[in-house]
Design a protein around this ligand. Structure first.
Ligand code: ATP
Ligand code: MG
Length: 361
């Protein structure tokens, strides 16, 4: 089979090393079934083990190595017992986001059959939406400082920076996504009743982009009531777009309403495909359960499915492979086996095998 895509495979630390083989097992089964060729480049750096040997998280030519790949599949990074998080994270993952201009952070919130939601009475199908977070600017700037430190007059300023280019491109991505969905509905998170300069400006950006999408029904909702509605009426959402800070909060709150963190996948995308995009589970390296073969590999497997779908522009054999992986996840959550986080006794490997068998058909 010819190779369609070259994938950088970075297991990282902790349970990243355990869930990655199950992600690849699912990919292999799906690609075999649908005739897609993947070539893996296994990477041992971007891990704390590499840091222990080399005193840095990555080799100097990391960017050149990754740029040769079409996408990056990432496990988890961090081992705070030996390397502080600010070193491991800033020395790897956050560099990818910035250097590869991965300006969209995309996460699904979806409730499956067989997974209890912390929201009483919610069933599969009640929660099924996407959160689009701006990933490069906004509230998370380091512009500002403390003045008159240690005196009565002490104060601090930190600026938010929203560029027209940065805001419009993420809004456009969200409208595009909503347009491809059955309900064609977009919610724009805002706070223009409190943040009186930047948020009305953000709302105007949304109105401008919305004019290009007459078939998408959209509205603006203030972040406070939006959080309440995620919990009280999650069924009303289809696609939600937010600036960096609000998106950070929403993209933890949404998936939290759908059960265990062991299921939640994410994508860091450069939609223009100038650079490789990165696909990773939302969870971290989970030192408390690492090395025991008990971690739930579904977040990793779903992330791998999102990667295929992105590579195939949401169509073709890649889309079919994505759908087959999702169907296998759905069946496994419904019928078992289950890992400990879902009340079962199955190992990471057993779940991975069960899903791969179902993908193979
Ligand atoms: P971060 O990477 O954001 O710093 P963290 O280190 O605080 O995250 P995680 O590593 O995600 O947190 O772990 C949080 C909790 O969730 C831990 O108790 C961990 O055991 C559990 N957990 C995380 N991932 C999984 C998984 N795949 N399966 C089962 N439990 C998990
Ligand atoms: Mg951590």
């Amino acid at each position: 089979m010819s190779s369609n895509y070259r994938i950088a495979v970075i297991p990282g630390d902790g349970i990243g090393v355990e869930v990655m083989p199950e992600g690849l097992r699912a990919l292999d089964a799906a690609c075999k079934r649908f005739g897609i060729g993947l070539e893996y480049e296994y990477i041992e750096w971007a891990s704390c083990a590499y840091y222990a040997r080399h005193g840095q998280m990555m080799p100097d030519d990391w960017k050149a190595q990754l740029e040769r790949c079409d996408a990056i599949l990432f496990g988890a990074v961090g081992w705070p017992a030996t390397v502080p998080d600010h070193i491991s994270l800033w020395g790897s993952l956050l560099k990818f986001r910035r250097e590869f201009d991965q300006y969209v952070n995309l996460r699904p919130a979806r409730l499956f059959d067989g997974v209890p939601s912390p929201l009483a009475g919610r069933r599969a199908g009640d929660i099924d939406f996407w959160i689009v977070r701006e990933n490069t600017e906004g509230e998370y700037s380091s512009v500002g400082g403390v003045m008159f430190e240690g005196t009565e007059r002490e104060f601090v300023v930190q600026e938010s920076i929203f560029t027209r280019h940065g805001s419009e491109r993420v809004l456009k991505f969200a409208f595009d996504l909503a347009q491809r969905r059955a309900r064609k509905t977009l919610t724009v998170a805002t706070k223009s009743n409190g943040i009186a300069i930047s948020m009305p400006w953000w709302d105007n950006c949304a109105t401008r982009i919305a004019a290009q999408y007459p078939d998408v029904a959209w509205d603006k909702q203030h972040i406070d009531i939006l959080c309440a509605r995620f919990v009280l009426s999650p069924d009303r959402f289809d696609v939600v777009v937010a600036t960096n800070l609000f998106g950070d909060i929403l993209s933890d709150l949404g998936p939290a309403c759908t059960g265990t963190i062991g299921l939640a996948p994410s994508a860091n995308l450069d939609p223009e495909r100038r650079f490789p995009s990165l696909f990773e589970p939302v969870h971290g390296s989970a030192p408390d359960i690492a090395g025991k073969n008990v971690a739930n590999p579904i977040a990793m497997i779903w992330s791998a499915a999102m990667m295929l779908d992105f590579l195939g522009h949401g169509a073709g054999a890649e889309r079919a492979a994505h759908d087959a992986i999702l169907a296998a996840i759905e069946a496994t959550l419904k019928q078992g086996p289950h890992t400990a986080d879902l009340g079962g006794k199955a190992s990471t490997t057993e779940i991975g095998r069960a899903i791969a068998e179902r993908i193979a058909g």
